[in-house]
Design a protein around this ligand. Structure first.
Ligand SMILES: [Zn+2]
Length: 82
């Protein structure tokens, strides 16, 4: 018996290299690892740039952003289609 690295369930396999009980667990693990990678390396390394970019975008597109937000809220309140 082996323990799935993703969900912690016991499963049986003859292949010693198998670490996950199912394809779903393997995919989940990949997804998590990718998210972690993005979170741990990309964002901190580029935090200032990302914040600055967002600030710039917002400053340059104030009307557009406001309009989009207005529409979004209207849609939420009235269920209006755009
Ligand atoms: Zn699993």
């Amino acid at each position: 018996m082996k323990i799935c690295k993703e969900c912690g369930k016991e499963f049986s396999t003859r292949d010693d290299r198998v670490k996950y009980c199912s394809a779903d667990c393997r995919l989940n693990h990949d997804k998590k690892r990718r998210a972690e990678y993005l979170h741990n390396s990309y964002y901190p390394a580029n935090k200032e740039k990302i914040i600055e970019r967002n600030r710039k975008y917002y400053a340059e597109n104030k009307e557009k952003v406001a309009e989009r937000q207005r529409k979004y809220y209207l849609k939420k309140i009235w269920g209006d289609e755009d």
